[in-house]
Design a protein around this ligand. Structure first.
Ligand SMILES: [Zn+2]
Length: 523
């Protein structure tokens, strides 16, 4: 473990936002939605990344939709004011969805990243830079987040929501825990065989005295078993993934939200973060990229036996191959698929993105798809305006009503005024003042909403341009970025030796203009 560096801390801004819609949901969500929780998490992120939070901008009232957020706007104004040469160019927030829940906000953030006004966004799980691939990740996530969550099957979502609200990680199996209980009410319990190995694994690794490979050897020796396969882990990489599981420290993610689990944690948060630091320092080797496989371990399956295709380098070229661990590949040599060249997968994906760039037809398809989403947004603003205007007229009525009452009251001659009269006068004055303030606030909100409604079309176009530009740069992305992008767009890659097939994740098939399935023949 390297000695603590006497590095200067990078100044950043923090951003926290409380949303009322989340507030109406379960307990644990309410807890991690709280500003206090977000502030604490931001501190943790800052500490982990050697950052100093200069100022935290916050928004706690979002009853009138995201655009009417003062803290957010204030923060962006500061970035714009200081320009490219500014001192502070990073934002810390618990997850990127805190920053944007609609096109307008998302477009602004992307715009600022591209213009160099912001250069990094630090979240609990990921650091977004202004690299092409990160911008694309953000663009796609901002644009599709709302939509894709609508499309998740309602029923399973309900069960999982319920689980998450009870502090139980939904649909997750990791060594050290097992689901116990009757169907629908299963909870995580510590699994006694694997758990001690996991604890010792973190302790050893957190000490900084071991490499990931040595930890992998250690887990093999101790007999750590994958609950999925029932067999020992077969790669250093899967052990690396285990070390990243914050579930072990009692936190899990659900629907992009950080949730405090109600199960027993195996390691302390401090130890978990120590392990992340060690991981961080070991995952940036001097010559980066060479040992990393963009599509390794689980992304591509052998269509013949269903096993994972695993990365390997032969004569300087990266291939993926079936490890022949399952039938029929295991015993029937003739059925095994040939090796799949990584560069061929890259080419195919770059081709798809080029399509997006050059084809006016596909661009139009995407545009109309996004305008549909945008129509939705626009109609929400219209609804907001109707509601706001209704409230304004109520507040104005109240104001005149209290003014009238007050002037009636003041007609009472002074010799007939008593204690009760004074109480009434005081009451009406404060009610009238309250109504007056309400009128002011509502007027401001209405003009802001109107302003933003006007700005939306240009933001939308900006967003589309962004997708066009960043997608064409896919081939320059790092392996892990490539994997993330591909993982966002596609699922179920299968290789049969001749043909690579996959499914497009909804709704990303629109990006390519193709149907749900993607096929590609080798020759
Ligand atoms: Zn196979």
């Amino acid at each position: 473990m390297p000695k603590e560096k006497v590095e200067k801390k990078t100044p950043v801004y923090g951003y926290i936002r409380k949303s009322t819609e989340e507030n109406q949901e379960g307990n644990s969500r309410r807890q991690q939605n709280s500003l206090e929780y977000q502030r604490k998490t931001n501190e943790e992120i800052a500490q982990r990344n050697n950052l100093r939070i200069v100022k935290t901008f916050q928004d706690s009232m979002t009853a009138y939709k995201a655009f009417v957020r003062d803290g957010f706007k204030e923060m962006l104004d500061v970035f714009a004011e200081q320009g490219k040469e500014g001192n502070v160019k990073g934002i810390v927030c618990t997850e990127h969805n805190r920053l944007a829940r609609n096109f307008g906000d998302g477009g602004l953030i992307l715009w600022y990243l591209q213009d160099g006004l912001i250069d990094k966004i630090y979240t609990f799980d990921k650091i977004f830079t202004n690299s092409a691939s990160d911008q694309m990740m953000l663009a796609i996530n901002f644009a599709m987040a709302k939509h894709s969550s609508d499309e998740t099957s309602f029923r399973s979502r309900r069960t999982w929501d319920l689980k998450a609200s009870q502090g139980q990680p939904p649909n997750q199996i990791i060594p050290g825990y097992k689901y116990v209980g009757e169907k629908g009410r299963k909870v995580w319990k510590v699994e006694p065989k694997n758990a001690p190995i996991i604890i010792e694994m973190f302790e050893r690794f957190g000490s900084g005295k071991y490499t990931v490979y040595e930890i992998y050897e250690f887990t093999k020796e101790k007999g750590l078993i994958s609950p999925r396969t029932g067999k020992p882990y077969k790669s250093e990489k899967s052990v690396r993934e285990l070390l990243k599981k914050k579930e072990y420290a009692g936190l899990f993610e659900y629907n992009g939200e950080e949730i405090k689990g109600s199960y027993k944690s195996l390691v302390s948060l401090e130890l978990y973060f120590k392990a992340q630091e060690v991981l961080e320092s070991s995952s940036h080797p001097k010559s980066p990229g060479k040992s990393e496989y963009a599509y390794s371990d689980g992304l591509i399956k052998c269509q013949i036996c269903g096993g994972n295709m695993s990365g390997t380098i032969r004569k300087g070229i990266t291939y993926y191959r079936c490890l022949n661990r399952a039938e029929p590949c295991k015993s029937k040599k003739s059925l095994r698929p040939s090796y799949l060249k990584e560069s061929l997968i890259d080419e195919k994906i770059v081709d798809l993105f080029k399509d997006v760039e050059i084809s006016e037809k596909k661009f139009k398809q995407l545009s109309s798809y996004i305008s549909d989403l945008f129509e939705d947004e626009k109609s929400r603003y219209r609804t907001d305006l109707v509601v706001l205007k209704g409230k304004l007229s109520n507040a104005q009525d109240e104001f005149s009503e209290y003014s009238k009452q007050l002037s009636e009251l003041r007609k009472v001659p002074s010799n007939r005024r008593g204690e009760e009269w004074e109480r009434d006068e005081e009451g009406y004055i404060s009610l009238r003042k309250n109504a007056h303030l309400n009128v002011d606030t509502l007027k401001r909100r209405i003009s802001k909403t109107e302003e933003l409604q006007e700005e939306i079309p240009s933001m939308m176009i900006n967003f589309l341009e962004n997708i066009k530009i960043v997608s064409s740069r896919f081939k320059d992305a790092s392996p892990s970025n490539k994997r993330q992008i591909v993982d966002t767009l596609c699922a179920n890659f299968r290789w049969d030796g001749m043909k690579l097939s996959w499914d497009w994740k909804k709704p990303y098939h629109i990006l390519t203009g193709s149907e749900k399935k993607g096929d590609w023949l080798r020759e």
